[in-house]
Design a protein around this ligand. Sequence first.
Ligand code: SAM
Length: 298
Amino acid sequence: MKVSSAGPSITFLSIGYLGKGQDMSSAALECAGPSKVAARPTTARDQLYRVENSARQNCADLARDFDMDKAEFDRFADEYQDQHRQSISITGEFPEYFSEYKIRKLKKIITHNNLTVFTICDFGSGIGNSIPFFQKHFPNAVLTSADVSQRSLELSRVHYPSADHLLVIENNIPVKDYSFDVTFSACVFHHIPSAEHVFWLRELHRVTRPGGLIAIFEHNALNPLTVRAVNSCPFDVNAKLILATDLLRRLLDAGWTAPTVQYNVFFPRALALLRPAEKYLHWLPLGAQYVVFARKGS
Ligand SMILES: C[S@@+](CC[C@H](N)C(=O)[O-])C[C@H]1O[C@@H](n2cnc3c(N)ncnc32)[C@H](O)[C@@H]1O
């Protein structure tokens, strides 16, 4: 992994509370204040007050939701690894196995797509579990680990001082268009309300260069053992598992091309001898996890 000449960095940005996605545009209009409201045909003053009050309430709700989301993993960051280890103990594997599994899979997808990769964004990087495996499998790429949780990013820096860039996400991904060859995300979208998925997928599309690739790893809502593990995990208390078919549709809505799904993780450690057979099972929607990937048109 190449360390930038500026050295490891954390970027802190000011908070803009209207950062929760596309469907906020209507709320943003309402937040614009009475002049917007007054432009609508209205006959009675109390009706106007009602609309203004409801607009104010909407703004307050959005601000509170955003703060809750931000705080959610700040609260879990210090215990994240222990809780994660416990929730996957049923598989007989450790968190490192699953982190490396995803990066190996990403590498295969990239090779298959004939992509040259110099820059990668790990969107929702958490406490940095993927960093050592990016460093191992993409030694020449510059990695940006980005998250809404500052505490998680602080722990990343403590555990992996050689990490390239750590980036605080607020209401968008604060980098220029076309910054990355590849955008990657592991077990993040089920923590984001579904109404915001297309917003973040568009934002990831914006920061990916033309011809680049996105890969999103998620838990499979159709696998009963996955559902059990998620239900027993404290930091998944607000998680809403996503069907791969929904994510594929949202990728298209956000402008990505040729979205594809592969189902993964069919065999626990006790059946590790069968793992080579996984490559014949990617079509079967029963794996514990899946990856959806797509390209940005050139
Ligand atoms: C279950 S953790 C996964 C962390 C890491 N990807 C991993 O595999 O270990 C989910 C992470 O997504 C982050 N997250 C949630 N919403 C986000 C958003 N809108 N933008 C960026 N990160 C977000 C959380 O702060 C948390 O660190």
